[in-house]
Design a protein around this ligand. Sequence first.
Ligand SMILES: [Zn+2]
Length: 729
Amino acid sequence: MLLAGSALAQGETPLQEKFDAALSSRDQLAWLKLTSSEPNQVGSPHDKFIADWELDQFRKFGWDAHIETFQVLFPTPISEAVEMGSFKATLQEKPIPGDTSATARDYALPAYLAYQGDGDVTAPLVYVNFGTQEDYKQLALMGISVKGKIVIARYGKVWRGVKPLLAYKHGAIGCLIYSDPADDGYGEGEVYPKGPMRPPQGIQRGSAMDMMLYPGDPLTPGIGATADARRLTPKTAGSVLKIPALPISYADAKVLLAAMTGPVAPANWRGALPITYHVGPGTQPVHLAVKSSWDIKPAYDVIATIKGAQFPDQWVVRGNHHDGWVEGASDPLSGQVALLDEAKAFGALMKTGWRPRRTIVYTSWDGEEPMLLGSTEWAELHADELKKKAILYVNTDGNSRGFLHASGNQDLGTFVTGVAAGVIDPEANVSVGARVRAKTLTAAAAPGANAEIKAEAKHLSDPGSDLPVGAAGSGSDFSSFLDHLGVTTLNIGFGGEAMGGGVYHSRYDTFEHHTRFEDPGLAYGKVLSQTVGHAVLYAADSNLPLLHPADFARAMSGDIGKVEKLADSQRAAAEEQKTLLAQHAYAVAADPTEPHGEPVPLQAVPNFDFTALDQAGEALTKSADAYEAALAVHSATLSPVQAARLQALMQTIDQTLLNEDGLPGRPWYKNLIYAPGRYIGYGVTTLPGVTEAITEERWSDVPKFIGLTAQALNAYAARLDEATALLKG
Ligand SMILES: [Zn+2]
């Protein structure tokens, strides 16, 4: 559904045209070249340079800007080693001639996983595939334990930090992670510098924090990391890993994996290295040692505002991080220069005398890569003010050519659809919204298309339907806003055509790589600026609330159905396993010449009463329909007083989805609808209180969180009913 009576639905407004005319891919290219010329991790001189330079830019554009500094734990390596006999892994990538990696000053971080737990261990290796919960179940069936061993996992499937965490929980004493060429290398395309994919020596750095417990500074959970904040120690901080861990290249992983013995890895565990993959344990011990300097370092957030002329206490907040792992051209600076271009265009509008009705707050975050440090500390410090004033947080991160993707609060579908209708895609010359629709419809028509994409295509084949806004978990700076504060959140960007994984978090994520393979000429950098700019302009000036609950209600009935099916399928699986164990079927079926074991026992799943959740879903749908109907009839004739009261009711409605005590075992995560999966990482688990109580076999939490989640949805519906009554006068 397009926004009733709004300019968004009818192509560009004169204000948007003026905004667009001030954008420039050329400026973005020059800024990308400058900001990605040196390594820019937290605490590096160039990271500070970028913050200071951006502050100047914002001021030049006419914004009121300052730097807010936090004191965060960011360990960096003093020494590290991965050895086997006389073999030593190479823990830094060699520069490539003609690439920024060859011209940047040489203080690039070596291979490193931030917040791993230092140690010096020697043990045989076990190959654990992607290192997921499923993979450990497979290991149990194979009768192989990782206790006292060092595990080696390949990147993929779940977020990086889940791998060493699960390894530790299963008794491993160290963890190596490598990029297999099947998933991120020559198995996917030509490698850099010939093509975009990861070269053999490329290493994916990253964070190994247990951010599923809480993100941000490990020493100050829930509060801003100001200079005088009360702090935990690295030893008492729950989000710091307890075992040493390092990432390695596939050139080095090949040597370690080729030396392994033990059973041959199952077919779906094998990557694209020219070796026979064995699970192990290997016969040759591997030495892994990491020693870090556990320093507190400054994180510099640049905060810039344009004060609203009519509603200064209603804020539209927009952010992108500015720190990278090495030069970070693609991640994050491609998104950062788009943000700056928007800031420049808002500056041009201000010079013509324009002022937004609401306050616009632009934020350039530091410390996203170690794990959302700058955004989390800022959101925690300003929590009360943000919950009162922020009507929307718009996040972007690395950007590349391709298709618009949007995730966050699903009541933003109508808003996103309206914005996407007014921006032209430079490759297809249709609106970026029309391109997403065409992409989904053709993918669903392809042979072997899955049921999920077919259902989405069926919905999108109605040209009046809204574009999908995906549920979001974590993985960028939106997390505090969505998961902790309940501020309405939109995470948006372009991608899907460039093979961007190839240099992710490596020394080769450079200006040359980005402009050759990811977004030549930064055409999509400009498209991102247009898309976000139009969204911010609309949100700052709109007479009507941004949120349309019908899409959210539809998503919730789908998710409620899913969690009920999950309980049923888990119950059936437990019953089946019990029968097979009673028949000793696993022992009978096993190959006696190979090691084998029994499956991890599944607990019998009780029957749960989902009535409260079913009823809440139905009530939500009814309230959403009634609100949309009342809005369609009355929105054009609202008095300014009614419009203000409607705005007040709707701008905090997404906060009704929070539970003040948070999720079980992780109170920082307060949203009952969206959370990063406990053992998935960035990927979202919807209705996490109920879903994870089932998957983690915490039976008494199931009815408790059915109740709490139903209560949250009922509170959202009740707020809608109030708004509907107001609309009807
Ligand atoms: Zn990023």
